[in-house]
Design a protein around this ligand. Structure first.
Ligand SMILES: *[C@@H]1O[C@H](CO)[C@@H](O)[C@H](O)[C@H]1NC(C)=O
Ligand SMILES: *[C@@H]1O[C@H](CO)[C@@H](O)[C@H](O)[C@H]1NC(C)=O
Ligand SMILES: *[C@@H]1O[C@H](CO)[C@@H](O)[C@H](O)[C@H]1NC(C)=O
Ligand SMILES: *[C@@H]1O[C@H](CO)[C@@H](O)[C@H](O)[C@H]1NC(C)=O
Ligand SMILES: CC(=O)N[C@H]1CO[C@H](CO)[C@@H](O)[C@@H]1O
Length: 443
């Protein structure tokens, strides 16, 4: 009797152990970029780097990168930034390198921006995002690179963006502000265990890239800092964003692919984008697609997202003149607390680069699945406004619950030009979301 009990117990323990073990490692997409252990290591201080917070280290960074680029050590090289505050102008990275920030290492952008390099506008935007003409190069920049890692012990990359935000506020900017870190035309990029602070503009901008992993990062900028988007995968494929915290002044993550006629002509979509276990806070959107989506955005999965004090929880945004196909976007397991709007999908968002856009270039939005969303203190549950001549289709919602700010008054939905399906959505959404068969939904 006792023996059989013990046996049953042991067998269940065995199964439990197996069950837990088999499910222990959380889902991850980070294996798309191999973690390379480089044996060659150089120190910024060997190139004249001084971490006193005052000395300009531009020459040290550029010389160290030049050494990595030209010596081409087998397996690449680690550039180790020791503890200290290293003030510098912008600099480029090179292939097969690891920029390693030790605990207490800060790479700090100079606020003397007189010499800040200007580079050509992105072809898919046709001009700078903010102003016509070129744009300031990102603080840390990479173009045409392969196999680059930015990591360490949670050191900080500080853009000291307030001078730029103030120029924006006073309308004295001459060109589009620099991003903090931008990779163009690059592949196999891994960014992990770094704190990004006070970016002048967007924080992390992979554009025309493939195989990009961003994980265990912290991105911080004041709530009122203009356009300090967290991570903007732009005309890029196979991007994996995981286990990060973002508190900033604009969208936490926004998937993009170019702007109106320039983006349509360039024709490079973003696809294969995974965003997982992200927590954050912002006056704009948590998970965004757009508004620049002219090359198309497909196959996006965002899951296990926790949002606090938000403008909009999930925001898919496009416009007439954008063109582009937005398709197969899934957002699941979202908790949102204190938000103006839970979900917004709209076809009238964002301006145009110039007056040469084609107003007949209508975006197509289809296959949007949003499931397992729990919202508290949400003023308005959802707003879905498609385009009359290009209604949004296969918009599928299931297990979506929004609770209002106070009392029994439930936050309502508003819809137009949309077809879809809703299952267990509270408050009950608009009739347009019962216009399609459930089999049109991947839920
Ligand atoms: C990486 O290389 C270093 C030095 O060669 C070694 O000490 C360390 O164990 C290696 N780590 C991994 C994960 O291979
Ligand atoms: C950095 O990269 C940009 C864009 O590729 C290039 O224009 C510039 O000359 C590079 N600067 C240095 C110092 O190599
Ligand atoms: C660095 O930050 C990440 C993400 O917040 C955290 O998981 C990790 O434990 C930290 N690492 C160190 C060495 O502090
Ligand atoms: C939709 O996107 C997901 C990634 O989010 C992908 O796994 C799936 O294959 C895509 N479905 C189709 C039909 O392409
Ligand atoms: C092997 C195993 O036990 N896998 C389980 C992992 O967790 C999922 C649910 O989250 C189960 O469906 C699997 O059976």
């Amino acid at each position: 009797m006792l023996l059989s009990h013990i046996l049953t117990f042991l067998v269940s323990l065995l199964f439990l152990t197996y069950y837990v073990a088999a499910n222990y490692s959380a889902a991850t997409c980070s294996n798309i970029v191999p973690l390379i252990n480089r044996s060659d290591k150089i120190f910024l201080t060997d190139f004249g780097g001084v971490g006193d917070g005052r000395t300009l280290n531009t020459k040290a960074f550029r010389a160290a990168v030049y050494r990595i680029e030209h010596l081409k050590r087998q397996g690449g090289t680690v550039l180790y930034v020791p503890p200290g505050v290293y003030l510098t102008e912008s600099f480029n990275l090179t292939s097969h390198m690891t920029l390693y920030l030790a605990a207490g290492a800060v790479i700090k952008a100079t606020q003397e921006f007189g010499n800040w390099p200007l580079i050509a506008p992105l072809p898919s935007y046709g001009r700078g995002r903010e102003l016509p003409g070129g744009r300031y190069m990102s603080f840390i920049h990479g173009d045409g690179l392969d196999d680059v890692i930015i990591t360490g012990e949670n050191g900080t990359i500080d853009g000291q963006g307030d001078v730029w935000w103030n120029m924006w506020r006073r309308k004295t900017l001459k060109f589009t502000r620099p991003s903090l870190v931008e990779f163009m035309n690059s592949k196999n990029i891994l960014i992990s265990n770094v704190v990004f602070k006070n970016s002048p503009f967007w924080n992390i901008h992979p554009v025309y890239c493939s195989n990009v992993v961003v994980r265990y990062v912290t991105i911080l900028a004041p709530r009122d800092s203009p356009n300090t988007d967290g991570i903007d995968p732009d005309s890029s494929s196979n991007v994996c964003i995981e286990d990060s915290y973002i508190s900033n002044g604009d969208d936490l993550v926004a998937v993009k692919s170019g702007w109106d006629e320039y983006g349509i002509a360039y024709g490079r979509p973003s696809y294969g984008i995974t965003i997982r276990r992200l927590t954050g806070s912002s006056p704009f959107a948590g998970i965004a697609v757009g508004s620049e989506t002219s090359g198309g955005v497909e196959n996006v999965l965002a899951e296990h997202i926790n949002l606090f004090n938000m403008g909009v929880g999930i925001h898919i945004k496009t416009n007439s003149g954008r063109g582009g196909l937005i398709k197969n976007i899934t957002v699941a397991h979202v908790y949102v607390e204190n938000a103006r709007q839970g979900i917004k999908i709209a076809g009238d968002v964002g301006g145009h680069p110039d007056d040469k856009f084609n107003p007949q270039a209508l975006p197509v939005v289809k296959g949007i699945t949003i499931k397992n969303v729990w919202g508290v203190n949400v003023n308005q549950a959802g707003l879905i406004h498609g385009l009359r001549h290009s209604p949004f289709t296969d918009v599928c919602l299931s297990d979506v619950n929004f609770h209002g700010t106070r009392g029994p008054r439930s936050p309502s939905w508003k819809c137009s030009d949309v077809f879809g399906f809703a299952h267990q959505v509270s408050p009950w959404p608009c009739s347009q979301l019962s216009s399609q068969e459930p089999r049109s939904c991947a839920i």
